[in-house]
Design a protein around this ligand. Sequence first.
Ligand code: SF4
Length: 300
Amino acid sequence: MVKGLERYEAILSGAEKPKYLQAKETGLLDEKLAEAERIMQACEFCERKCKVNRLADETGFCACAHKAKVFGAFAHFGEEPELVPSATIFFSGCTMRCIYCQNAPESITPALGTYWSEPKIAEWIELMYKKGCKNVNFVGGDPTPYTYNILKALSYCNAPIPVVWNSNAYYSEKTARVLQGIVDVYLLDFRYFSNECAVKYSSAPNYVQAAKRNFLLAAEDAELIVRVLVMPSHIECCAKPILKWLAENLGKDVRVNIMDQYWPAFNAHKFPEMSRRLYPEEFAHVMHYARKIGLKNIVP
Ligand code: SF4
């Protein structure tokens, strides 16, 4: 049994229901959906708070309008071992602009995605559950702009499958509150510990404050897996302080996936310091540091 994911495993064994099904029974899901619909009318699903009326198809930074756009959906075998196979749905549209994005342009361009209605998403989740997927994994781009569509899809769905929220952690506090009581596992990136880096490489002002808040809210609500992508030249400013913060604020048993697969995709070639892979010794240094500060639940 994976430490910190006992409830998720209880859902897999049938001993517990996923939260969204419980929320359907109590009426909580309807309340969350109503709140998400209000947010759609002056959008502040993410920290940018563009305040555009997306129900009227106005668009903000992410370019997402009313309808959910998808650029991929399949059983994913590349996620953390406890999650696979994971029914993963990739939404088109993102709240950040990482210069090294591996899925651009589809991930950041809703116009390149295919429209999926909420009943279609629900039908697909039920099908993937029947095929043996362990969870439904909402990702992108980022799932945040489509919070309303996702909740609506869940309202049509009846599969007893855990919900994984796979995000860059740059969502607003309102979104964090909407997700509480619905998500079973938060799978969140913690990418930067310097707002200067977050702005320069992901156009994400106030990233650090938003991420810290969202990690604390996620941990109080559900189970959590943290992804720390170690990036070249971002060991001292980002990777190590992130791990230290996690150990101090979420405890040394927090589940952490320290990742070495940075690849200089998309626009990374425009930034010399980011236009290379990670050196093995950089990754080894970070792993050594993680163990030194006592992190005990590192994804193998
Ligand atoms: S999700 Fe974020 S970027 Fe997109 S419109 Fe809403 S506030 Fe703006």
